[in-house]
Design a binder for this molecule. Sequence first.
Ligand code: ZN
Ligand code: ZN
Length: 514
Amino acid sequence: MESVIDGKTSPAYTRRCLGCNMIYRYQEWQDGLHSFDDHVLLSLELCLYLRHSLQNHISVSRAIDTLEGLRGVKYPNRDTILHGYCHFEALTDTDYIYSCVNCGYHPPEVIMDLHKKGVFSMSVSDLKEPPPEFRGEVDIEDFWKSVNLEMIGRGFVPSQTKNPFAVQPSYSRWAPWIGHKTRMDHTVLNTEFAKVTTAKVTSAEAQMMNVSEDRLVDELMKQKVGVVRKLCKACNIDSKGSRMDLISRLRAEMQNRQSYDKMFQKIWGASGVWSVILCPHGVVYSIKFNLRAESPRDFAHLLLSWKHIPNVSIYDFARGLATHGNLRVPTDIPFHPHEGRLAEPTPESISSAKQGKLKVSLPWLFEKTDNSSSKGHPITGSSEHYVLYDKLHESNTKDPQDVLRRISLVPELQGWLNSQIAEQFFASLRKNNYFLNNMAPSTHIFIMCNIVHHKNTSTNQKLLEVQLQRGHRPHGLENITLSDLGQAILAQQASDRETVQHHPHQLNQKDFGD
Ligand SMILES: [Zn+2]
Ligand SMILES: [Zn+2]
């Protein structure tokens, strides 16, 4: 039953050592109970009920309100139960693998997007500058262990303010999540502090800043003139004149980082957003909560932390991503050929693409290429990395060369690739904003990471069911195992698992966004 035992005065359950009679904490699960703080115990069924409620966008407090009404008994305060639930999740042996059973650990195609409205309350001025020796590298294991430890620590202290393990947002430790099979190492890039430092801007960084400004200007152009005027007032600049006058004044003002942030916040609503990378089936591979306004830098750094960069990355600001990625590693340019465009940007190719005549076939997306180099992707064998626009945003860009970044140029990407899968995923996540956005930063990211993991698990379950239905012989889930690349295969194929490589889209044509 979904119940809570509240032993207010004395510990409800204890354990006594048979050797020395010492009393110690009850932290077992065989009795079907999860002890939070030695006083409040949640039944395991309640914990699972809350897990499923969260998957259905029902907050812990609403789920408990429902049970309280149904059972006619008083439950402890909602924050205690939320912390108890986090404590339970932190103590479960969950591998946050973040990998799709069709694509495996290294998907050849990914879609990147921003979850813009997922925010927590945090003042940017609370963020301390990183120490001077900080090189923009953070330890992913270390950071998420510390978040887990905070959740566990809550079971031992009377209030969160007394929790010695509390994690505060900081530039030098804050890390994204990337599954351990997908990432290169436990050290990953996070250079968000560079979004604030203005000193020593190299020409490469200046170029990058211009790219981010272009994007902000793109967004400004879409706003109503009233919004633009208000923004001018907020930045203390002349708010008279035409829309273009206002925008060009704002553009000049963007050189000032404070104004830039202000504009960004007004346009995108908050100082932080989630950067998310998904496979075409809607399984999340990487998430990062940005402490500062997003830039293509965040996605570039996520991808550069992967063991194998996908052959095709789809993003609504493709040019910015390619530019930033290539600036970051100039000695071994990640996005090539043609800076991740599908053809060399000659006047001929551009005009032929505009007329819909240009087709660029990438046959290795369907069948692994024979002449794969050591740098080739394990599934496709190709070492080419393209950055393309999603269909919705391909017409937004003003750079004529960007026509060479259209998905429609590649026959192999037609018919099955749903570049809107990210939008669908976010539509589902937005239903959680009413409770996620009121949480403290560390609780917010812990719960978010957890919800996404369980959502991935259920997407994978559906993908497996479709795979099983496709086989003509009856198979059960027990016949399925994972190949070395993390792709689901039938157990009898497992003996030659080294040689089996599926092409993710051939396994499954259905989309599972909700
Ligand atoms: Zn003892
Ligand atoms: Zn997939």
